[in-house]
Each structure stands twice: as C-alpha cells, then as structure tokens.
Design a protein. Structure first.
Length: 220
C-alpha cells in the first residue's frame, strides 16, 4: 500500500468528525489536501473554514467553502491537520510546509485537534525530523547561535519565506525527550516567532493510516 493511500484513509476517517453547520479549522500539507478534497461531498454541511495557510485557503475557496478570518471567530469545534512527527503523548513536530505559526494559532482556538498522518510519522521520541523554527529575518543568525547552545544544528531553509514574511531554521540532531520544556525555551529566544513543537497544544485525536486501515487514539 502506498503512503498516499494511507494518507487518504486517515483523511477519510477525519471527515466523520465534521458536524452539521460546522466551522472547521483546516491545516496544511499533503494529508490535509486529501481531507479538503473529501469535503467536496459534504460542503453543504459546512458553514465555513479557518485556514492556516494561503495554499489551503486557495484550495478551500476553489471548492466553494467560505474561508473566515480568525478574528471573526470566537472558537470552532475541530481543527484537522497533519504532523511531521507525533509521539505517543500526541505531541508533534510541525512546520515542514512552513505554516507552523498560523497552524499553532488556529490550533489554539479549536476545541478539538484531530491529527491525521500515515504510520511513517509516528515515533517514540521526537527529533529525527528537523525541528522548524520560524524567525524574524534580522534575527536569523543570532537565533541560530542560541539553538546551537541547545545542542541542535540549525540550517537556514533558503528560498523559503513564510506566509508571514519570515524565515525558517530547521534544527537537526535533536532528541527531544521533553518537548514541553524545549518548546518554552526556544519560544523565549528573542527573534523567534514560534517553534514547530506542538506540546502545550498537542493533538486530542490521532488518526493513523496503516496497511490495515486506520488506527484511532485519543489523548488520555
């Protein structure tokens, strides 16, 4: 079974969480694109969506689903997004698509975060996937020096500008045994917009596409 087929299985399962007259939070990435495609059949039930990236916004609008400004929405029931890595505590690394800041903001407003991945994204310890850090451009080299002090090897993601006009440092060679502490420490570095660790606001539901279908787990 291909990786894309597993992603499609996870995305299809997530559609079950969409309620009548729902406002959805919608993330970014290849697995989420399958979820957005699946919304076509039920879009009459959807009042609107809050999007975490310009790419997802364009995809939703093309489908005819209204995209709402987050400032107009007090809360919404579910946020559906993928992850680059996720551990058994449902803490994640996100930001491979450079939308981590908006994803973190949208996730904070949602009552329930439904994470959809294929089984290659599940890990015991975070860090094999380089940790993205969004930075103000003038602070890039300063932040990189501070990240090296934490034991990482930051690499500037050249030719990448976020939707917010910022830059990305991908931090290699980390073994993240305490995601919550590291999230707090990196976010405190001046010049960091946000780090792609989702520990303080992790997933509530994990849907994993596997060779045998889907595996669903909830945060304990």
């Amino acid at each position: 079974m291909s990786q894309n087929t597993k992603k499609q299985h996870a995305a299809r399962e997530a559609l079950k969480y969409v309620e009548e007259n729902a406002v959805l939070g919608v993330g970014t990435g290849s697995t989420v694109n399958f979820f957005i495609d699946g919304l076509e059949a039920i879009k009459s039930r959807i009042r609107g969506a809050v999007s975490s990236s310009q790419a997802s916004t364009a995809r939703l609008q093309k489908m005819g689903i209204p995209v709402l400004d987050l400032n107009e929405v007090d809360h919404f029931d579910i946020y559906v997004d993928g992850a680059d890595e996720i551990n058994p505590a449902l803490e994640m690394i996100k930001g491979g698509g450079a939308a981590l800041t908006r994803e973190k903001i949208v996730a904070a407003v949602a009552r329930k975060f439904v994470c959809i991945v294929d089984d290659t994204k599940t890990v015991d310890v975070l860090g094999a996937f380089p940790l993205p850090v969004e930075v103000i451009p003038m602070a890039r080299e300063y932040v990189a020096r501070e990240l090296k002090k934490l034991g990482g090897n930051p690499v500037w993601r050249k030719d990448c500008t976020t939707d917010n006009g910022n830059q990305i440092l991908d931090v290699h060679d980390l073994r993240i045994v305490n995601p919550g502490a590291l999230e707090k420490e990196i976010n405190a570095i001046p010049g960091v917009v946000t780090v792609g660790l989702f520990s303080k606001r992790g997933a509530d539901v994990l849907i994993v596409g596997t060779e045998d279908g889907v595996r669903v787990s909830e945060k304990s």
